[in-house]
Design a protein around this ligand. Structure first.
Ligand SMILES: Nc1nc2c(ncn2[C@@H]2O[C@H](COP(=O)(O)OP(=O)(O)OP(=O)(O)O)[C@@H](O)[C@H]2O)c(=O)[nH]1
Ligand SMILES: [Mg+2]
Length: 375
Protein backbone atom coordinates (compact mmCIF):
# COMPACT_ATOMS: atom_id res chain seq x y z
CA UNK A 1 0.00 0.00 0.00
CA UNK A 2 2.87 2.34 0.69
CA UNK A 3 4.24 2.17 -2.83
CA UNK A 4 3.06 4.99 -5.01
CA UNK A 5 2.71 2.75 -8.03
CA UNK A 6 0.35 0.33 -6.30
CA UNK A 7 -2.99 1.79 -7.14
CA UNK A 8 -1.77 2.98 -10.49
CA UNK A 9 -0.63 -0.49 -11.42
CA UNK A 10 -3.73 -2.13 -10.10
CA UNK A 11 -5.93 0.43 -11.75
CA UNK A 12 -4.01 0.15 -14.99
CA UNK A 13 -4.38 -3.59 -14.85
CA UNK A 14 -7.96 -3.67 -13.80
CA UNK A 15 -8.99 -0.90 -16.09
CA UNK A 16 -10.07 -3.35 -18.72
CA UNK A 17 -11.85 -5.41 -16.13
CA UNK A 18 -13.56 -2.48 -14.59
CA UNK A 19 -14.42 -1.09 -17.96
CA UNK A 20 -15.89 -4.39 -18.83
CA UNK A 21 -18.03 -4.78 -15.75
CA UNK A 22 -18.65 -1.09 -15.71
CA UNK A 23 -19.80 -1.16 -19.30
CA UNK A 24 -21.84 -4.26 -18.73
CA UNK A 25 -23.58 -2.68 -15.77
CA UNK A 26 -24.18 0.47 -17.75
CA UNK A 27 -25.66 -1.64 -20.49
CA UNK A 28 -27.90 -3.34 -17.92
CA UNK A 29 -29.24 0.02 -16.84
CA UNK A 30 -29.64 1.13 -20.40
CA UNK A 31 -31.37 -2.04 -21.46
CA UNK A 32 -33.76 -1.77 -18.58
CA UNK A 33 -34.90 1.55 -19.88
CA UNK A 34 -36.31 2.37 -23.27
CA UNK A 35 -33.32 4.51 -24.07
CA UNK A 36 -33.47 6.00 -27.49
CA UNK A 37 -30.22 5.35 -29.28
CA UNK A 38 -29.10 7.64 -32.06
CA UNK A 39 -30.67 5.26 -34.55
CA UNK A 40 -34.39 4.84 -34.29
CA UNK A 41 -35.94 2.29 -32.03
CA UNK A 42 -37.71 3.63 -29.00
CA UNK A 43 -37.61 0.12 -27.53
CA UNK A 44 -34.48 -1.80 -26.61
CA UNK A 45 -33.45 -4.14 -29.40
CA UNK A 46 -33.36 -7.57 -27.78
CA UNK A 47 -35.89 -7.65 -24.99
CA UNK A 48 -38.93 -5.52 -24.59
CA UNK A 49 -39.02 -4.18 -21.05
CA UNK A 50 -41.86 -5.94 -19.23
CA UNK A 51 -42.96 -2.78 -17.62
CA UNK A 52 -42.20 0.79 -18.34
CA UNK A 53 -39.54 2.39 -16.21
CA UNK A 54 -40.07 5.72 -14.58
CA UNK A 55 -38.57 8.93 -15.66
CA UNK A 56 -35.04 9.73 -14.56
CA UNK A 57 -36.14 11.24 -11.34
CA UNK A 58 -33.74 12.00 -8.55
CA UNK A 59 -33.00 8.90 -6.51
CA UNK A 60 -33.27 8.77 -2.71
CA UNK A 61 -29.75 10.12 -2.27
CA UNK A 62 -28.31 12.59 -4.70
CA UNK A 63 -25.61 11.07 -6.88
CA UNK A 64 -22.15 12.50 -6.13
CA UNK A 65 -21.39 13.78 -9.58
CA UNK A 66 -24.89 14.16 -10.77
CA UNK A 67 -25.03 15.84 -14.09
CA UNK A 68 -27.44 18.73 -14.29
CA UNK A 69 -30.26 16.51 -15.41
CA UNK A 70 -33.54 18.24 -15.60
CA UNK A 71 -35.50 16.24 -13.08
CA UNK A 72 -39.12 16.97 -13.65
CA UNK A 73 -40.78 15.52 -10.59
CA UNK A 74 -39.62 13.85 -7.42
CA UNK A 75 -42.38 11.31 -7.75
CA UNK A 76 -42.45 8.31 -5.46
CA UNK A 77 -40.44 5.60 -7.14
CA UNK A 78 -43.05 2.90 -6.74
CA UNK A 79 -45.41 4.75 -8.96
CA UNK A 80 -45.34 3.15 -12.38
CA UNK A 81 -44.64 5.99 -14.70
CA UNK A 82 -45.68 5.71 -18.30
CA UNK A 83 -42.93 4.74 -20.69
CA UNK A 84 -41.81 7.87 -22.31
CA UNK A 85 -39.29 8.45 -25.02
CA UNK A 86 -38.70 12.01 -23.82
CA UNK A 87 -37.61 10.73 -20.43
CA UNK A 88 -35.17 8.41 -22.11
CA UNK A 89 -33.82 11.15 -24.27
CA UNK A 90 -33.29 13.29 -21.24
CA UNK A 91 -31.43 10.49 -19.58
CA UNK A 92 -29.36 9.97 -22.69
CA UNK A 93 -28.47 13.63 -22.86
CA UNK A 94 -27.70 13.76 -19.18
CA UNK A 95 -25.35 10.84 -19.79
CA UNK A 96 -24.03 10.28 -16.33
CA UNK A 97 -27.48 10.27 -14.79
CA UNK A 98 -28.95 7.22 -16.41
CA UNK A 99 -31.33 5.51 -14.09
CA UNK A 100 -33.19 2.26 -13.93
CA UNK A 101 -35.87 0.80 -11.79
CA UNK A 102 -34.63 -2.27 -9.97
CA UNK A 103 -37.33 -4.64 -11.13
CA UNK A 104 -36.89 -8.27 -12.09
CA UNK A 105 -35.94 -7.48 -15.67
CA UNK A 106 -33.25 -5.01 -14.61
CA UNK A 107 -31.94 -7.43 -12.02
CA UNK A 108 -31.74 -10.09 -14.74
CA UNK A 109 -29.62 -7.78 -16.85
CA UNK A 110 -27.39 -6.94 -13.92
CA UNK A 111 -26.94 -10.60 -13.10
CA UNK A 112 -26.00 -11.31 -16.73
CA UNK A 113 -23.54 -8.43 -16.69
CA UNK A 114 -21.85 -9.91 -13.62
CA UNK A 115 -21.68 -13.37 -15.15
CA UNK A 116 -20.15 -12.26 -18.42
CA UNK A 117 -17.61 -10.25 -16.42
CA UNK A 118 -16.31 -13.53 -14.95
CA UNK A 119 -17.80 -13.21 -11.49
CA UNK A 120 -19.51 -16.53 -11.97
CA UNK A 121 -23.16 -17.53 -11.57
CA UNK A 122 -22.98 -18.06 -7.84
CA UNK A 123 -21.53 -14.65 -6.91
CA UNK A 124 -23.74 -13.01 -9.52
CA UNK A 125 -26.83 -14.62 -8.02
CA UNK A 126 -25.81 -13.57 -4.54
CA UNK A 127 -25.18 -9.98 -5.57
CA UNK A 128 -28.51 -9.91 -7.36
CA UNK A 129 -30.27 -11.15 -4.24
CA UNK A 130 -28.62 -8.53 -2.06
CA UNK A 131 -29.52 -5.75 -4.46
CA UNK A 132 -33.10 -6.97 -4.57
CA UNK A 133 -33.25 -7.30 -0.81
CA UNK A 134 -32.08 -3.74 -0.27
CA UNK A 135 -33.55 -1.83 -3.17
CA UNK A 136 -36.16 -3.79 -5.09
CA UNK A 137 -38.55 -1.49 -6.92
CA UNK A 138 -36.45 1.59 -6.32
CA UNK A 139 -34.94 3.72 -9.00
CA UNK A 140 -31.19 3.69 -9.01
CA UNK A 141 -28.62 5.68 -10.94
CA UNK A 142 -25.86 3.97 -12.82
CA UNK A 143 -23.35 5.28 -10.33
CA UNK A 144 -25.37 4.08 -7.36
CA UNK A 145 -25.69 0.68 -8.95
CA UNK A 146 -21.92 0.40 -9.36
CA UNK A 147 -21.36 1.56 -5.79
CA UNK A 148 -23.86 -1.03 -4.57
CA UNK A 149 -22.24 -3.78 -6.64
CA UNK A 150 -18.81 -2.78 -5.30
CA UNK A 151 -20.13 -3.09 -1.77
CA UNK A 152 -21.50 -6.57 -2.43
CA UNK A 153 -18.27 -7.67 -4.12
CA UNK A 154 -16.31 -6.38 -1.13
CA UNK A 155 -18.57 -8.38 1.18
CA UNK A 156 -17.62 -11.53 -0.76
CA UNK A 157 -13.91 -10.69 -0.84
CA UNK A 158 -13.38 -9.54 2.76
CA UNK A 159 -13.53 -12.98 4.40
CA UNK A 160 -10.83 -14.36 2.09
CA UNK A 161 -8.38 -11.48 2.49
CA UNK A 162 -5.94 -13.29 4.74
CA UNK A 163 -2.31 -12.19 4.86
CA UNK A 164 0.43 -14.80 4.84
CA UNK A 165 1.92 -14.92 8.33
CA UNK A 166 5.19 -16.52 9.35
CA UNK A 167 4.27 -18.30 12.55
CA UNK A 168 5.74 -21.81 12.25
CA UNK A 169 7.44 -23.24 15.26
CA UNK A 170 9.86 -24.80 14.95
CA UNK A 171 11.17 -22.91 11.97
CA UNK A 172 11.34 -23.01 9.01
CA UNK A 173 7.87 -22.35 7.72
CA UNK A 174 7.72 -24.38 4.53
CA UNK A 175 5.81 -22.68 1.74
CA UNK A 176 5.12 -24.87 -1.26
CA UNK A 177 4.27 -22.88 -4.38
CA UNK A 178 2.27 -24.69 -7.02
CA UNK A 179 0.39 -23.87 -10.20
CA UNK A 180 0.26 -24.55 -13.91
CA UNK A 181 3.07 -23.70 -16.32
CA UNK A 182 3.65 -20.02 -16.73
CA UNK A 183 1.18 -18.92 -14.05
CA UNK A 184 3.92 -16.91 -12.37
CA UNK A 185 5.16 -19.28 -9.65
CA UNK A 186 8.86 -18.54 -9.87
CA UNK A 187 8.39 -14.78 -10.16
CA UNK A 188 5.93 -14.85 -7.27
CA UNK A 189 8.43 -16.79 -5.14
CA UNK A 190 11.00 -14.07 -5.74
CA UNK A 191 8.47 -11.35 -4.88
CA UNK A 192 7.36 -13.21 -1.79
CA UNK A 193 10.95 -13.71 -0.70
CA UNK A 194 11.54 -9.99 -1.12
CA UNK A 195 8.39 -9.18 0.79
CA UNK A 196 9.39 -11.42 3.71
CA UNK A 197 12.91 -10.00 3.72
CA UNK A 198 11.45 -6.55 4.13
CA UNK A 199 9.84 -7.85 7.31
CA UNK A 200 13.26 -9.11 8.44
CA UNK A 201 12.58 -12.78 7.91
CA UNK A 202 15.45 -15.03 6.81
CA UNK A 203 14.43 -16.64 3.54
CA UNK A 204 15.67 -19.66 1.61
CA UNK A 205 14.57 -20.95 -1.77
CA UNK A 206 14.40 -24.54 -3.03
CA UNK A 207 14.35 -25.42 -6.72
CA UNK A 208 11.75 -28.15 -6.64
CA UNK A 209 11.03 -27.63 -10.33
CA UNK A 210 13.66 -29.92 -11.80
CA UNK A 211 11.72 -30.44 -14.98
CA UNK A 212 13.68 -27.86 -16.96
CA UNK A 213 17.26 -26.70 -16.43
CA UNK A 214 16.08 -23.18 -17.25
CA UNK A 215 13.67 -23.28 -14.33
CA UNK A 216 16.51 -24.00 -11.91
CA UNK A 217 18.61 -21.27 -13.48
CA UNK A 218 15.78 -18.75 -13.25
CA UNK A 219 15.31 -19.37 -9.52
CA UNK A 220 19.08 -19.17 -8.95
CA UNK A 221 19.15 -15.73 -10.54
CA UNK A 222 16.36 -14.53 -8.24
CA UNK A 223 18.14 -16.00 -5.19
CA UNK A 224 21.27 -14.09 -6.14
CA UNK A 225 19.36 -10.89 -6.56
CA UNK A 226 17.70 -11.34 -3.20
CA UNK A 227 20.94 -12.47 -1.60
CA UNK A 228 19.33 -15.57 -0.13
CA UNK A 229 20.54 -19.19 -0.05
CA UNK A 230 19.08 -21.66 -2.52
CA UNK A 231 19.08 -25.44 -2.64
CA UNK A 232 19.07 -26.98 -6.11
CA UNK A 233 19.54 -30.40 -7.65
CA UNK A 234 20.27 -31.69 -11.13
CA UNK A 235 17.82 -31.32 -13.98
CA UNK A 236 15.45 -34.23 -13.87
CA UNK A 237 16.41 -34.89 -10.23
CA UNK A 238 13.99 -35.88 -7.52
CA UNK A 239 12.18 -32.79 -6.18
CA UNK A 240 11.42 -34.57 -2.91
CA UNK A 241 15.08 -35.12 -2.16
CA UNK A 242 15.86 -31.46 -2.91
CA UNK A 243 13.11 -30.39 -0.56
CA UNK A 244 14.44 -32.79 2.06
CA UNK A 245 17.94 -31.29 1.82
CA UNK A 246 16.52 -27.78 1.86
CA UNK A 247 14.50 -28.30 5.04
CA UNK A 248 17.53 -29.76 6.81
CA UNK A 249 19.72 -26.88 5.71
CA UNK A 250 17.07 -24.28 6.59
CA UNK A 251 16.68 -25.83 10.04
CA UNK A 252 20.45 -25.79 10.56
CA UNK A 253 20.92 -22.14 9.68
CA UNK A 254 17.75 -20.87 11.31
CA UNK A 255 15.80 -19.87 8.22
CA UNK A 256 12.33 -18.47 8.90
CA UNK A 257 10.72 -19.22 5.56
CA UNK A 258 11.66 -21.87 3.02
CA UNK A 259 9.89 -21.25 -0.27
CA UNK A 260 9.73 -24.22 -2.63
CA UNK A 261 9.28 -23.90 -6.39
CA UNK A 262 7.53 -26.77 -8.15
CA UNK A 263 6.86 -27.86 -11.70
CA UNK A 264 3.34 -27.33 -12.97
CA UNK A 265 2.72 -30.18 -15.35
CA UNK A 266 -1.01 -30.15 -15.22
CA UNK A 267 -1.25 -32.08 -18.45
CA UNK A 268 -0.11 -35.11 -16.53
CA UNK A 269 -2.21 -35.06 -13.43
CA UNK A 270 -1.09 -38.48 -12.19
CA UNK A 271 2.58 -37.56 -12.35
CA UNK A 272 1.97 -34.21 -10.70
CA UNK A 273 -0.05 -35.85 -7.99
CA UNK A 274 2.67 -38.43 -7.32
CA UNK A 275 5.36 -35.78 -7.24
CA UNK A 276 3.49 -33.52 -4.83
CA UNK A 277 2.49 -36.47 -2.67
CA UNK A 278 6.11 -37.53 -2.42
CA UNK A 279 7.22 -34.01 -1.48
CA UNK A 280 4.55 -33.95 1.22
CA UNK A 281 5.60 -37.32 2.57
CA UNK A 282 9.25 -36.36 2.78
CA UNK A 283 8.41 -33.03 4.39
CA UNK A 284 6.13 -34.72 6.88
CA UNK A 285 8.95 -36.95 7.98
CA UNK A 286 11.01 -33.93 8.95
CA UNK A 287 8.15 -31.91 10.37
CA UNK A 288 4.58 -33.18 10.56
CA UNK A 289 3.30 -29.62 10.14
CA UNK A 290 5.08 -29.12 6.82
CA UNK A 291 4.26 -27.86 4.30
CA UNK A 292 2.71 -25.10 6.36
CA UNK A 293 1.40 -23.32 3.30
CA UNK A 294 0.50 -24.66 -0.11
CA UNK A 295 0.02 -21.59 -2.26
CA UNK A 296 -1.64 -21.95 -5.62
CA UNK A 297 -0.51 -19.29 -8.07
CA UNK A 298 -3.20 -18.38 -10.59
CA UNK A 299 -2.84 -16.32 -13.72
CA UNK A 300 -5.72 -13.85 -13.83
CA UNK A 301 -5.58 -13.72 -17.63
CA UNK A 302 -6.82 -17.32 -17.65
CA UNK A 303 -10.26 -16.13 -16.61
CA UNK A 304 -12.60 -18.95 -15.73
CA UNK A 305 -9.85 -21.56 -16.20
CA UNK A 306 -8.50 -20.42 -12.87
CA UNK A 307 -11.50 -22.05 -11.25
CA UNK A 308 -10.85 -25.49 -12.70
CA UNK A 309 -7.21 -25.13 -11.66
CA UNK A 310 -8.29 -24.51 -8.08
CA UNK A 311 -10.48 -27.58 -8.29
CA UNK A 312 -7.67 -29.83 -9.51
CA UNK A 313 -4.91 -28.50 -7.27
CA UNK A 314 -7.13 -28.62 -4.24
CA UNK A 315 -7.56 -32.28 -4.91
CA UNK A 316 -3.92 -33.12 -5.63
CA UNK A 317 -2.12 -30.76 -3.30
CA UNK A 318 -4.35 -29.52 -0.48
CA UNK A 319 -4.17 -25.84 -1.38
CA UNK A 320 -4.17 -23.53 1.65
CA UNK A 321 -4.18 -20.18 -0.11
CA UNK A 322 -4.08 -18.32 -3.41
CA UNK A 323 -2.03 -15.64 -5.06
CA UNK A 324 -3.42 -14.25 -8.28
CA UNK A 325 -0.87 -12.80 -10.70
CA UNK A 326 -0.98 -10.59 -13.78
CA UNK A 327 -3.83 -8.42 -12.62
CA UNK A 328 -1.94 -5.54 -14.20
CA UNK A 329 -2.71 -6.74 -17.67
CA UNK A 330 -6.04 -8.45 -17.79
CA UNK A 331 -9.70 -8.03 -18.41
CA UNK A 332 -10.49 -11.07 -16.31
CA UNK A 333 -10.06 -9.87 -12.70
CA UNK A 334 -13.68 -10.72 -11.94
CA UNK A 335 -12.62 -14.33 -11.51
CA UNK A 336 -11.20 -13.36 -8.12
CA UNK A 337 -14.75 -12.86 -6.95
CA UNK A 338 -15.86 -16.18 -8.42
CA UNK A 339 -12.94 -17.94 -6.69
CA UNK A 340 -13.70 -16.30 -3.36
CA UNK A 341 -17.37 -17.17 -3.59
CA UNK A 342 -16.93 -20.75 -4.72
CA UNK A 343 -13.91 -21.89 -2.75
CA UNK A 344 -13.48 -19.48 0.13
CA UNK A 345 -9.72 -20.06 0.06
CA UNK A 346 -7.57 -17.30 1.55
CA UNK A 347 -6.22 -14.85 -1.00
CA UNK A 348 -2.83 -13.81 0.33
CA UNK A 349 -1.69 -11.33 -2.26
CA UNK A 350 -1.97 -10.26 -5.86
CA UNK A 351 0.66 -9.80 -8.54
CA UNK A 352 0.55 -6.57 -10.50
CA UNK A 353 3.75 -6.70 -12.52
CA UNK A 354 7.02 -8.46 -13.20
CA UNK A 355 9.37 -6.80 -10.74
CA UNK A 356 10.18 -7.66 -7.13
CA UNK A 357 8.01 -4.86 -5.82
CA UNK A 358 4.93 -5.99 -7.69
CA UNK A 359 3.36 -8.26 -5.10
CA UNK A 360 0.64 -6.47 -3.18
CA UNK A 361 -1.47 -7.19 -0.15
CA UNK A 362 -4.98 -8.12 -1.11
CA UNK A 363 -7.19 -5.16 -0.23
CA UNK A 364 -10.77 -6.40 -0.74
CA UNK A 365 -12.47 -3.00 -0.65
CA UNK A 366 -10.13 -1.40 -3.11
CA UNK A 367 -10.19 -4.39 -5.44
CA UNK A 368 -14.00 -4.47 -5.29
CA UNK A 369 -14.26 -0.80 -6.20
CA UNK A 370 -11.80 -1.18 -9.04
CA UNK A 371 -13.64 -4.22 -10.40
CA UNK A 372 -16.96 -2.40 -10.25
CA UNK A 373 -15.48 0.66 -11.89
CA UNK A 374 -16.02 3.19 -9.09
CA UNK A 375 -12.49 3.46 -7.67
N1 LIG B 1 2.49 -8.61 -16.02
C1 LIG B 1 2.78 -9.56 -15.13
N2 LIG B 1 3.58 -10.57 -15.47
C2 LIG B 1 3.87 -11.52 -14.56
C3 LIG B 1 3.34 -11.46 -13.24
N3 LIG B 1 3.81 -12.54 -12.59
C4 LIG B 1 4.57 -13.23 -13.44
N4 LIG B 1 4.63 -12.62 -14.64
C5 LIG B 1 5.34 -13.04 -15.86
O1 LIG B 1 4.81 -14.27 -16.31
C6 LIG B 1 5.81 -15.05 -16.94
C7 LIG B 1 5.84 -16.43 -16.31
O2 LIG B 1 6.26 -16.30 -14.97
P1 LIG B 1 7.04 -17.44 -14.22
O3 LIG B 1 7.28 -16.95 -12.83
O4 LIG B 1 8.23 -17.91 -14.97
O5 LIG B 1 5.94 -18.57 -14.21
P2 LIG B 1 6.06 -20.07 -13.71
O6 LIG B 1 4.75 -20.45 -13.18
O7 LIG B 1 7.21 -20.23 -12.80
O8 LIG B 1 6.32 -20.82 -15.08
P3 LIG B 1 6.93 -22.30 -15.30
O9 LIG B 1 8.13 -22.43 -14.44
O10 LIG B 1 7.22 -22.34 -16.76
O11 LIG B 1 5.85 -23.23 -14.91
C8 LIG B 1 7.10 -14.28 -16.77
O12 LIG B 1 7.37 -13.57 -17.95
C9 LIG B 1 6.80 -13.33 -15.62
O13 LIG B 1 7.57 -12.16 -15.67
C10 LIG B 1 2.46 -10.36 -12.91
O14 LIG B 1 1.92 -10.22 -11.80
N5 LIG B 1 2.22 -9.44 -13.89
MG1 LIG C 1 8.84 -21.49 -12.85
Amino acid sequence: MSKPSWTERLFGGFRKTSDRLSENLSAAVETAEPVVEEEEAPEPADEPAPEPTPEPEPTPEPAPEAAPAPSPSPAPVEEPAPASAPASIVSKVAGTMRTARLDDATLDHIEDALIVSDLGPSAAGRIREKLAEKRFGLTITERELKEAVAEEIAAILRPVAVPLEITAFPRPQVILVIGVNGSGKTTTIAKLGHWLQEDDYAVMLAAGDTFRAAAIGQLKIWAERLGVPIVTGPEGGDPASIVFDAVKKATDIGTDALIVDTAGRLQNKRELMDELAKIRKVLGRLNPEAPHDVILVLDATNGQNALSQIEIFKEVAGVTGLIMTKLDGTARGGVLVAAAEQYGLPIHAIGVGETLDDLRPFDPDLVARVIAGVA
